[in-house]
Design a protein around this ligand. Structure first.
Ligand SMILES: NC(=O)C1=CN([C@@H]2O[C@H](COP(=O)(O)OP(=O)(O)OC[C@H]3O[C@@H](n4cnc5c(N)ncnc54)[C@H](O)[C@@H]3O)[C@@H](O)[C@H]2O)C=CC1
Ligand SMILES: O=C(CO)COP(=O)(O)O
Length: 335
């Protein structure tokens, strides 16, 4: 297949390398920023994913027209909050039979749109029919190292999901398919906020008990809002739900976990972000979650606490205490 990957961060690059490795023709759009010329000239992502040279069927470029030319699949992998600025730049080169697939994990601030909803806003007028999402437990570096990985691909119509599933699968990258686009996207976005909380309790010096409680109750919280936002119940225990939640809540490879850990140790978000070039989507998604709670009335105590710690500068230790001393509940209560 001819594939355009929009966004040469660590995940866009890992996916581009992977898809080239299994024989597709891949063009990788690179955002023009300091040092980005090196990615093109050295044919290696020396900024975001060093150590993995590009094969000959993977071409990095700053030019959208070149990247989208003849593309059958367009994989979008930029940070959630910049989609609205990036899409208009490639829109003139979109053809209606292109398949769009988001690999980003977040919810846009203020509009509270999932990434495929942002894509629909721009691509529906062009007549693009197939817009889906790929998500699941998948650290870029581990995919680049070809470690066996399993993710989920979702499209509203099963046939397109099946087509992408088969085109993308290999002996070290396995895909499951579903039609639950909303559920998959909500899982991918919200696990980042819980991963921040998991990092915080690690930074505070708490142990495995605390982390296990957080993951379990985090999944309840994700399920609760996910169902309200149209997700299907089977999605939440799956790869994009429980799978990715466990991955990012337990590994220092996760940027969200790592940022949470620094917050737990007492640093402010401003200090942490000042020397971080990569994106930790949960930091912005926490704002969307607060807005979602206000809009829907759904209770999301862990995520709300993450917001308060980041933005209201609440002491993380106090945050944990407040969570632990909430009114006592039945475990059967989801809502
Ligand atoms: N890194 C990973 O292991 C995984 C990341 N993701 C998701 O992929 C998405 C992209 O993240 P990463 O590839 O990790 O990025 P990254 O954190 O490695 O790099 C940031 C990327 O954002 C780009 N960027 C910054 N400002 C921009 C702008 N104004 N316009 C266009 N691009 C801009 C940078 O050029 C760079 O490519 C996120 O939603 C993330 O949650 C999903 C699965 C795994
Ligand atoms: O989503 C991811 C792995 O599935 C990556 O998580 P981080 O963005 O926290 O690094």
């Amino acid at each position: 297949m001819k594939i355009a990957v929009i966004g040469a961060g660590s995940w866009g690059t890992a996916l581009a390398l992977y898809l080239a490795d299994i024989g597709h023709r891949v063009r990788l759009w690179v955002y023009k920023e300091e040092g980005a010329e090196d990615i093109i000239n050295k044919r290696e992502n020396v900024i975001y994913l060093p150590g993995f040279p590009f094969p000959e069927n993977l071409t990095p470029s700053f030019d959208f027209e070149f990247c989208l030319d003849e593309a059958e699949v367009v994989l979008t992998v930029v940070p959630t909050q910049v989609y609205r600025h990036v899409i208009p730049q490639f829109l003139p080169f979109v053809k209606k039979d292109m398949i769009f697939l988001s690999a980003s994990k977040g919810i846009e601030n203020n509009t509270l749109k999932r990434v495929t909803e942002i894509l629909h806003e721009f691509l529906d007028p062009v007549g693009v029919e197939h817009i889906g999402v790929i998500s699941g437990p998948s650290f870029a570096k581990e995919v680049a190292k070809k470690y066996p990985t399993a993710v989920t691909v979702a499209f509203p119509d099963e046939e397109t999901a099946k087509e992408v599933q088969h085109a993308f699968a290999s002996e070290y990258f396995r895909l499951y398919r579903t039609t639950d686009v909303a559920g998959i996207e909500v899982c991918g976005a919200l696990k980042n906020v819980i991963a921040l909380a998991s990092g915080m309790v690690d930074g505070l010096g708490y142990g495995a008990n605390t982390r296990a409680a957080l993951i379990t109750r985090g999944l309840v919280e994700i399920t609760r809002i996910g169902l309200v936002l149209g997700g299907e119940p089977e999605t939440f225990p799956g790869l994009a739900g429980m799978g990715d939640l466990v991955l990012t809540c337990t590994s220092t490879l996760s940027r969200n976990f790592s940022v949470g850990r620094e917050l737990g140790k007492g640093k402010t978000i401003e200090e942490i972000m000042s020397h971080m070039r990569m994106v930790a989507e949960g930091v912005k998604t926490a704002i969307s979650v607060k807005q979602l709670v206000e809009k829907t009335g759904v209770e999301m105590p862990i995520s709300e606490k993450v917001y308060e710690i980041i933005y209201d500068k609440k002491d993380p230790k106090l945050g944990v205490k407040e969570l632990m001393t909430r009114s006592l509940k039945s475990e059967k209560e989801i809502f």
